[in-house]
Design a protein around this ligand. Structure first.
Ligand code: ZN
Ligand code: ZN
Length: 293
């Protein structure tokens, strides 16, 4: 095999003629020119990235579950998932990744091309990526709040779609994508649809920004299901961040805390489920009773 037929051969070739590109950009360009098929190149990269991040990010939580001294940070600390439970969950998630998500990921490149996502180098600046991802977070959270709330408020949707995700009343990292295929598609629309909508309107989105967004969104979803609340958890510093503190209650009580990343929709529409929110509601009620008397 001549050197230029291998991935690193391509990389060297590209490095010779594109001195202005940084290392990551050259790796990226070599991948697309090595694959000679953009749909396949994007498909493989997306799928591998999704699996690596999903299981890679879940692993520390599996380890933490095995460390007794960490138990004091576990929110529902009498419910540690057993190895068997975690294994079964991982197998089901894996099965759904291969059967449900893989075909969708495959369709991603043609769709991205249709909406004009860029796959070329140079990459967008960090600032551009950061503000676009911030917008996707807000859009996804809004979509998640309303569709997730609908799945709880309409018994038909709950029974036929969302019930599977609620099998674990004390969630753990791996359970983030433990859900019906229809739910994966419905809620996934927020994660994939938000950037696509943005690109359709502005015409300015690089597929790398999309990847970084999916990675941080996976971290958010897995960490929210981790079941652990630390003194250094993000919501202590960013009060509107939801985190495990917010989503664990949702799994335990089945009611309230419907949003994914932020707390504002639950606050605004009075679906927050926390001791403070319950106290507020009780006070409001007694005020009303007093006024009526
Ligand atoms: Zn739910
Ligand atoms: Zn959940």
């Amino acid at each position: 095999m001549p050197m230029s037929d291998t991935y690193w051969g391509q990389f060297e070739e590209i490095s010779k003629y594109n001195v202005s590109l940084n290392y990551a950009e050259r790796l990226w360009m070599a991948w697309y020119s090595y694959m000679q098929n953009d749909v396949l190149a994007t498909g493989i990269m997306s799928f591998v990235m999704h699996e690596a991040v999903y299981f890679g990010r879940s692993l520390p939580w599996i380890i933490i579950d095995c460390i007794p001294s960490m138990n004091k940070y576990k929110i529902q600390n009498h419910k540690i998932p057993t190895a068997k439970e975690q294994w079964q969950c991982a197998m089901l998630v894996l099965l759904s990744h291969f059967t449900v998500e893989l075909p969708q990921i495959w369709l991603f490149h043609p769709m991205a091309q249709f909406f004009g996502l860029s796959t070329t180098v140079p990459f967008p600046s960090l600032l551009t990526m950061a503000y676009q991802i911030a917008i996707f977070f807000v859009l996804e959270d809004t979509w998640h709040y309303f569709s997730h709330r609908a799945m709880h408020e309409f018994p038909f949707l709950y029974k036929n779609i969302h019930k599977i995700h609620h099998q674990y009343s004390a969630p753990f990292g791996l359970a983030a994508e433990y859900a019906s295929p229809i739910e994966v598609m419905l809620l996934g629309l927020g994660s994939v649809g938000s950037p696509i909508l943005w690109c359709a309107i502005t015409g300015d989105l690089h597929i790398l920004t999309m990847y970084v967004w999916i990675v941080v969104r996976l971290f958010q979803a897995i960490d929210a299901h981790s079941g652990y609340e630390f003194p250094w958890s993000l919501h202590h510093f960013v009060p509107f961040w939801a985190g495990a503190d917010h989503h664990d209650v949702h799994h335990e009580k089945f009611i309230g805390n419907y949003s994914s990343s932020f707390r504002w929709w639950d606050l605004l529409l009075d679906t927050e489920n926390s001791p403070e929110a319950l106290k507020r509601r009780r006070e409001k009620k007694s005020m009303k009773v007093k006024k009526a008397a």
